[in-house]
Write a protein that binds this ligand. Structure first.
Ligand code: ZN
Length: 121
């Protein structure tokens, strides 16, 4: 029997950290946008700030995606299906969960999915 509880604890902790980081980012963005003249006020400075803003947004999106994955994993834990692959239902490799506790697919399905995505382009 695998002890999934440690992954659950890690996910909880990670969720808290990510939520705090996200709040910080959002606050930063608001203070940046709220500056006199707005982020696109002066040409030179504006360009730089727009870049910072964009970088922040990209990071924010990444954090949100990770949070969604973590939420899904926590839901699975509650449902008693944590650690099982969403696609084939087999247990996800422990080494994979160690590296990424929010993983929802086993390595095989993940690889297949990645290939499909690549093939679709
Ligand atoms: Zn699978």
């Amino acid at each position: 029997m695998v002890d999934y509880n440690k992954f659950y604890k890690r996910l909880k902790k990670e969720k808290k950290q990510l939520t705090e980081k996200l709040e910080q980012l959002t606050a930063d963005r608001h203070s940046l946008a709220g500056r006199e003249g707005g982020p696109f006020g002066k040409r030179e400075e504006g360009g730089n700030e727009a870049f910072e803003l964009e970088k922040g947004l990209a990071l924010e999106e990444k954090l949100r995606n990770t949070l969604t994955e973590i939420d899904c994993a926590l839901e699975k834990y509650k449902a008693g299906t944590y650690g099982l692959c969403n696609a084939c239902g087999r247990p996800i490799e422990i080494a994979r969960l160690e590296a990424r506790p929010q993983a929802s697919l086993c390595l095989e399905c993940k690889t297949t999915q990645a290939q499909n995505v690549k093939g679709a382009k």
